[in-house]
Design a binder for this molecule. Structure first.
Ligand SMILES: Cc1cc2nc3c(=O)[nH]c(=O)nc-3n(C[C@H](O)[C@H](O)[C@H](O)COP(=O)(O)O)c2cc1C
Ligand code: SF4
Length: 386
């Protein structure tokens, strides 16, 4: 880990040559070389799970079939995350280039941008950009149509298999895995789903090369990443930062001088108290989600946790019992302790329940509730009790 916070300028770098120049230059190479470059770069998915992008593309390329889908996950439903919107507004060409490079390298035949329904206002500009892309890619001899699909308006539809279900016109509920979308995705065809930022970063790896990209970050966490910063920060917004920094250096730059906790990786991530600020903001157990919420000493951590649990209870798709009932019971239990109807020790049972949910829930939503629940209850216990 490097203790320093360094602003990076890769994704938002000025790169104003002819439209789709990165794509044009990339397809002069061999598909295998480009996938190898991505593997070497160490780029990991920016949608939260952190799966190596080169590996996903390699698996995708190995799948047989005359139809393959490439989906850009722009559902962006994690509370406190707003970086994909900025990418689509400011550098859509880099995102679309990444999708097209992925299609070219893996044999993708049709692309979709699964757009969060609240981002409908982006459609006119995105459509204009897709027209430019169509013209340029046709001139390059590529046939890769990209359409926009309006999201179904639920947090769970950002989970890749629920997203696919919703695109097939069904209720947005996660599928059992395996099979993974790469083998059996949209309409039963091989499907690569990547986050908006992942595609933009992939096109930058192709532009600068793996070696240059590796100069940023640490051996475990390569490159730069966008952070959506909100809460008690005088500098709320989206920042591109080099990976590997400690939370302490982040707080020094973005806190208000009175930071008592930082929520890293959104509500599905961890709430880090001041005593642990020396940890890395991504890695060392912390997830790679973008949402970074800063809380100062005026904040009630009970209210913060209550708010998260209301969100989880509301957004649980209800398909599996541990998550459907667990989210309700955690909320009820927390309220009972706060109002003196249950003893403080009841919190320990609730922590156990959240840990059971992690093991028994079907998807990342139910599995991740324990992250914020245990870190808030363990570190701010006195704020939870009557
Ligand atoms: C409840 C839930 C919500 C998710 N929401 C998003 C989302 O809004 N955007 C996203 O890219 N990934 C989201 N994911 C992760 C996706 O399932 C998937 O891992 C990701 O799109 C893969 O892209 P990546 O490899 O580029 O990260 C979510 C996962 C879960 C469990
Ligand atoms: S964990 Fe929650 S969101 Fe995921 S399938 Fe089960 S009920 Fe649905």
């Amino acid at each position: 880990m490097t203790n320093k916070l360094k602003k990076a300028d890769i994704i938002f770098s000025e790169y104003s040559v002819a439209p789709y120049q990165i794509l044009k230059e990339t397809i002069k190479k061999s598909e295998d070389d480009v996938i190898q470059e991505l593997l070497d770069s160490g780029l990991k998915g920016r949608g939260g799970a952190g799966f190596p992008t080169g590996l996903k593309w390699k698996f995708g390329a190995a799948e047989k079939g005359d139809v393959k889908y490439i989906i850009c996950n722009a559902d962006e439903g994690e509370p406190g995350t707003f970086k994909d919107r900025k990418l689509l507004m400011e550098v859509p060409r880099k995102v679309i280039s990444g999708m097209a490079i992925c299609a070219w390298a893996t044999g993708g035949t049709q692309g979709y941008i699964y757009l969060r329904s609240e981002y409908k206002y982006l459609i006119p500009d995105l459509k204009k950009e897709l027209e430019i892309f169509k013209k340029c890619s046709n001139e390059m001899g590529l046939d890769f149509p990209i359409e926009i699909f309006i999201g179904a308006g639920a947090y769970i539809c950002g989970e890749e298999t629920a997203l696919i279900e919703s695109m097939e016109g069904k209720r947005g509920e996660p599928r059992n895995k395996p099979p993974y979308p790469i083998q059996d995705g949209l309409h039963g065809k091989p499907t690569i789903v990547n986050n908006v930022e992942t595609f933009a970063s992939a096109s930058m790896v192709c532009r600068y090369g793996a070696k240059e990209y590796q100069r940023f970050g640490t051996s475990d966490q390569r490159g730069s990443k966008l952070f959506s910063i909100s809460g008690d920060s005088p500098k709320e917004g989206v920042y591109e930062l080099e990976l590997g920094m400690s939370i302490a250096s982040f707080v020094k730059e973005f806190g208000d001088g009175d930071t008592k906790a930082v929520q890293v990786g959104g509500v599905a991530g961890f709430c880090i108290p001041r005593k642990d600020f020396e940890k890395a903001i991504v890695g060392e157990g912390n997830t790679s989600g973008a949402s970074t919420m800063v809380f100062n000493s005026t904040r009630s951590m009970y209210r913060v946790l209550h708010n998260y649990l209301e969100f989880f209870e509301e957004e649980s798709c209800g398909q599996c019992t541990p998550c459907r009932i667990g989210t309700q019971q955690l909320l009820k239990g927390l309220e009972a302790v706060k109002h003196g109807k249950k003893p403080a020790e009841y919190l320990d049972q609730l922590v156990k329940l959240s840990e059971t949910m992690q093991i028994t829930s079907k998807c990342g939503l139910g599995q991740s509730v324990t992250n914020s629940f245990t870190t808030i209850v363990d570190n701010f216990r006195e704020e939870m009790i009557y």
